[in-house]
Design a protein around this ligand. Structure first.
Ligand code: CTP
Ligand code: CA
Length: 230
């Protein structure tokens, strides 16, 4: 088997994973969102718990058929970026590794109506506010023993924007993800990526299942020595 199965090389490590897309509601039935399905985060949670980690997955709305009935990890469901931020902050101190694979909104509607707006009342222009950058906040709060991993879903050149985000958000690793490739990105069962660490070292991962990519990412974390002391 290609994966590192049966080997509990992350035993006892606490890993906090975010996944799926957040939704920023304008009213109870309308929102700004994105096509993230949460499959990459579910694969990460599965891989990490199979390797002995104690995993918490905080996720935006995920199709029920993708969720395992009895997962080996803790699932916390949220809707908005603000809610995701609150859950992540409350789990931060105890976490050894934090992996932000969620597609978090950058903006939210400035106003929320708590009733369904009749279409006649819908604004013709939407006033937006920016959303907190959760990962950038984590980068300022990170302790030395913690490993912080971000994702950068990019089109076109993936390496330079990912490097810029790695530095700007004070990350240990960024997963540069080419979402304009047919076998990568939103909703697919496969993915491809370039892992980049804070020293600029890169590892190219060709198209493979999201589960395998998750295992390769854990291998990369381990090789960096930034995680489990055995
Ligand atoms: N992220 C976050 N909070 C946000 C936006 C992004 O924590 N409000 C995280 C994502 O989970 C991801 C990383 O930041 O791990 C990079 O997200 P990305 O959208 O690529 O970066 P941005 O800084 O938002 O830049 P842009 O959208 O302009 O490319
Ligand atoms: Ca963004």
């Amino acid at each position: 088997i290609a994966y590192t199965q049966g080997q509990e090389d992350f035993k006892g490590k606490r890993i906090l994973i975010s996944g799926g897309g957040t939704r920023e509601h304008l009213d109870p039935v309308r929102f700004l969102g994105n096509p993230s399905t949460g499959k990459m985060a579910l694969a990460l949670a599965q891989a990490a718990s199979d390797r002995g980690a104690i995993v918490t997955l905080v996720h935006g709305p995920i199709a029920p058929e993708l969720l395992s009935l009895s997962p080996d990890y803790k699932l916390i469901s949220v809707v908005s970026a603000d809610q995701m931020e609150a859950v992540i902050m409350s789990h931060l101190v105890e976490s050894d590794i934090i992996i932000m694979s969620a597609a978090v909104a950058d903006v939210k509607p400035a106003n929320y109506a708590d009733y369904k707006l009749p279409k006649k009342e819908l604004p013709t222009e939407l006033k937006l506010e920016s959303v907190t950058d959760i990962l950038a906040n984590l980068g300022t709060l990170k302790k030395n023993h913690q490993t912080l991993i971000g994702f950068a879903a990019q089109t076109g050149d993936i390496v330079n924007p990912a490097l810029e985000k790695l530095k700007r958000k004070n990350l240990d690793i960024i997963v540069a993800n080419p979402i304009d490739q047919p076998e990568a990105g939103f909703g697919t069962n496969t993915n491809q990526a370039i892992f980049i660490d804070a020293n600029g070292q890169q590892k190219n991962i060709n198209s493979c299942s999201k589960l395998e990519l998750a295992h390769r990412l854990l291998d990369f974390v381990k090789i960096k020595g930034i995680s489990p002391e055995q």
